[in-house]
Design a protein around this ligand. Structure first.
Ligand code: A3D
Length: 320
């Protein structure tokens, strides 16, 4: 059987890391696409040359020609501009919307059967735009944010409790931004929900609140430290987890920016929700039950994403 083809649109910090991870994990042959002359070619060759020492079988190609992504099984989109210190994800809206138009049209013409994972910010609005411009089925276009936000939450919790990150599960829902909703009630250590751990004296409510806030600010914390650019190792690893779930039909239950129609009181909208990813793409959206406070936080987050999508629609009319 031929190897799957993985197209990475954007060969910057995250794109290069995605290519390296996909090669080392032997997920398939990789095409790195970027408009920056020489960058995708240079990164593809550099990673290919690590193959003999690492011992992987994967072909890598760098390109600036959309024809090279033809027939891709997975497209992961990082094309665009990342945040700089002091810049919000929303500041990126206008610049990256134009990029999504070009990328969506490139995917539509060359890889219409792909499972598409968007990482470009502002995430939820860019996923919506990529779906609009590509015209692909909603279940084949999603966004990576919840896996990363949950991973950050899990990391901070494992430090607080001094337990393995593997035994910490966490759920972060809503839009990828300041209004994201880390759900403590559905987050556990070895199956024990976080509120129970507070009652058991493992931590205090104040410390848990601080961890929730640090999770919300997780992206900005890295931007502040790096000063040039934003996080890329953990975002790339998170998207690879989603791509692998699709390629291997793993039926993983992962929080993703997915199209929600019916569940959680939403009527056809992209936002971070629990999903099942398998060979069908986003095979299911889990209609999680929220209490009054959680619902209020989720509604606030949805309202903030709706505002961004509306702004996209207005800018899009100007682009037409
Ligand atoms: P960066 O290293 O700048 O890479 C972006 C690449 O996109 C550059 O190589 C550009 O040349 C390329 N590019 C620009 N326009 C186009 C185009 N029209 N077609 C093809 N390629 C193009 O950024 P990065 O890799 O650090 O981040 C990429 C995106 O991911 C940014 O929008 C970030 O804000 C976003 N991001 C999202 C998360 C989430 O959790 C959702 C986390 C971290 C970063």
């Amino acid at each position: 059987m031929a190897r799957p083809k993985i197209a990475l649109i954007g060969a910057g910090q995250i794109g290069g890391t995605l290519a390296h991870l996909a090669a080392v994990k032997e997920l398939g042959d990789i095409v790195l696409f970027d408009i920056a002359e020489g960058t995708p070619q240079g990164k593809a060759l550099d990673i290919a040359e690590s193959g003999p020492a690492e011992g992987f079988d994967a072909q890598l190609k760098g390109t600036s020609d959309y024809a090279d992504i033809a027939g891709a099984d997975v497209c992961i989109v990082t094309a665009g501009v990342p945040r700089k210190p002091g810049m919000s994800r929303d500041d990126l809206l206008g610049i990256n919307l134009k990029v999504m138009k070009a990328v969506g049209e490139g995917i539509k013409a060359n890889a219409p059967d792909a499972f598409v994972i968007c990482i470009t910010n502002p995430l939820d609005a860019m996923v919506w735009a990529l779906r609009e411009y590509s015209g692909l089925p909603h279940e084949k276009v999603c966004g990576m944010a919840g896996v990363l936000d949950s991973a950050r939450f899990r990391h901070f919790l494992s430090l607080e409790f001094n337990v393995s990150m593997r035994d910490v599960t966490a759920f972060v829902l809503g839009g990828h931004g300041d209004t994201m909703v880390p759900l403590t009630r559905y987050s556990t250590v070895g199956g024990i929900p976080l509120p129970d751990l507070v009652s058991m004296g493992w931590t205090t409510q104040d410390k848990l609140d601080a961890i929730v806030q640090r999770t919300r600010d997780g992206g900005a914390e890295i931007v502040g430290l790096l000063k040039t650019g934003s996080a890329f190792y953990a975002p790339a690893t998170s998207a690879i987890e989603m791509a692998e779930a699709y390629l291997k039909d793993q039926k993983r239950l992962l929080p993703c920016a997915a199209y929600v129609k019916g569940a959680l009181g939403l009527d056809g909208f992209y936002v971070g929700v629990p999903t099942v990813i398998g060979a069908g793409g986003i095979e299911r959206v889990v209609d999680i039950k929220l209490n009054k406070d959680e619902q209020a936080m989720f509604d606030k987050s949805v309202a903030s994403v709706k505002g961004l999508v509306e702004a996209c629609r207005e800018i899009d009319q100007g682009l037409a």
